[in-house]
Write a protein that binds this ligand. Structure first.
Ligand code: FAD
Ligand code: UDP
Length: 392
């Protein structure tokens, strides 16, 4: 009998398996239908011996000390600050848009104050910011919106930015200084030996059994367990009772070139050209030295493995119906990007899993009989044996 059946060996499932096994001494079975652990963060050495991320570039960044310290128990880190260039009007310019982006794009030599005035002169007045279009045009105006955001977003999501929640393009800031980092979080680093190695260490405990190539449907009737943690798509769990929740998919085209370096930056975005959104050069992320280089191209698709929940009102409403069902399902806990239909980064999923772990332990504590004030031999011994301050 397992205490927990965990469906999905990505961040959500693996963090919970680790906590439950090591902190609460629970017996855990974690299953994944894929042939590997680590979910979408899975990395591996390709046929040339270059470390690549199978499901696209994963860059770790967080402002949470708790999350960073927690993961640091399972990996050492390589400091890494991510940088992106966008291919616009035949030039490669920094993305997020910053002072250098504007100067290079328009052949200007503005300073920070002047570029702020430039943005103000371009910005459109938007009374209430609701959509991903509103966010950008209200900050930098329509021309920059069309050069950097409109077509990239249409390609990535199959929707116009005006049809997407403001949270999507809000992920990318606008800067008046020369900071060309993609993220500004306090902690920015890559697992020194890769994500998969980190997951191997997370799951390395005698209380944890890992079963790969296994859809949970195939074992659920044969393996006894007390509670389930589910990290797959929530609509699938409920047999699409209210209809399908849209998830955006991607096709990853991996390629190895016989040159040491190919791109001018770790990632180059293509808002307006090509069917792919971006190209990533893995060695720039991992710091690996190798005479060849490995790249991945991301082609967005409507069908295929679910990668991105699609943030827009009608989807949030449909998700809320599934959430109500999920909340009413006893002994099953839904956590992670697909099961809670949230466009979460890795650190947010780790935080969500740690929070669920606390909730589960609190629930268990509340079911334990309360200790009477003075009972059992320890309390009596405490009364009988004089206290030794040196031992305290
Ligand atoms: P997942 O990793 O999706 O794990 C869920 C697992 O459940 C999967 O392995 C799946 O096979 C399994 N599963 C589903 N159904 C079943 C079933 N029926 N039976 C058995 N197993 C099942 N985040 C960042 O912080 N930084 C980044 O740079 C970054 N880049 C990204 C790039 C791309 C292209 C994508 C798609 C995501 C990126 N993310 C990034 C987000 C990150 O991947 C997620 O936040 C994180 O991996 C989510 O973890 P999870 O455990 O919720 O889900
Ligand atoms: N985006 C864009 N142009 C870019 C980069 C991002 O329009 O050059 C928009 C796009 O809608 C994208 C969103 O901003 O989906 C969030 O970008 P992010 O880089 O965070 O996407 P992710 O890495 O999650 O795919």
């Amino acid at each position: 009998m397992f205490d927990y059946l965990i469906v999905g060996a990505g961040f959500a499932g693996s963090v919970l398996a680790e906590r439950l096994a090591t902190r609460s001494n629970k017996k855990v079975l974690i299953v994944d239908k894929r042939c590997h652990i680590a979910g979408n963060a899975y990395d591996h050495y390709n046929e040339e011996g270059i470390l690549v991320h199978k499901y696209g570039p994963h860059i770790f960044h967080t402002n949470s000390k708790e999350v960073f310290e927690y993961l640091s128990n399972f990996t050492e880190w390589r400091p890494y600050e991510h940088r992106v260039l966008a291919s616009v009007d035949g030039q490669l310019v920094p993305m997020p848009i910053n002072l250098d982006t504007i100067n290079k794009l328009y052949g200007l030599s503005l300073n920070s104050f002047e570029v702020e005035q430039f943005f103000e002169s371009q910005a459109e007045e938007v009374p209430v910011i609701r959509t991903s279009e509103d966010v950008v045009v209200s900050k930098v105006g329509r021309q920059l919106y069309e050069k950097f955001f409109k077509n990239y977003t249409r390609k990535q999501w199959g929707l116009d930015p005006s049809e997407l929640d403001k949270s999507v393009t809000s992920r990318v800031p606008t800067r008046t200084n020369r900071d060309d980092r993609y993220f500004t979080d306090t902690y920015q680093a890559m697992p020194l030996h890769g994500y998969t190695r980190m997951f191997e260490r997370l799951l390395d405990h005698p209380n944890i059994k890992v079963m790969l190539n296994t859809d949970y449907h195939d074992i659920i009737d044969f393996i006894p367990f007390k509670e389930m943690i589910f990290t797959g798509p929530v609509d699938e769990y409920f047999d699409f009772k209210y209809g399908k929740l849209p998830y955006r998919s991607l096709e990853f085209k991996h390629e190895t070139l016989n040159v040491e370096q190919h791109l001018a930056a770790p990632v180059v975005n293509y808002p307006n050209d090509n069917l792919y959104t971006r190209i990533t050069e893995f060695k720039a992320l991992t710091g690996q030295k190798h005479p060849k280089t490995a790249l991945v191209y991301e082609y967005p698709k409507a069908e295929g493995d679910p990668y991105y929940p699609v943030p827009r009102l009608e989807n949030a409403e449909l998700y809320n119906k599934y959430k109500k069902l999920a909340d009413e399902t006893p002994n099953v806990h839904f956590v992670g990007r697909l099961a809670t239909y949230k466009y979460y980064n890795m650190d947010q999923v780790v935080a969500q899993a740690l929070t669920l772990y606390k909730k589960l332990t609190e629930k268990e504590e509340s079911f334990k009989p309360k200790k009477p004030a003075i009972t059992g031999s320890t309390s009596i011994m405490e009364k009988l044996v004089p206290r030794d301050p040196a031992k305290e």
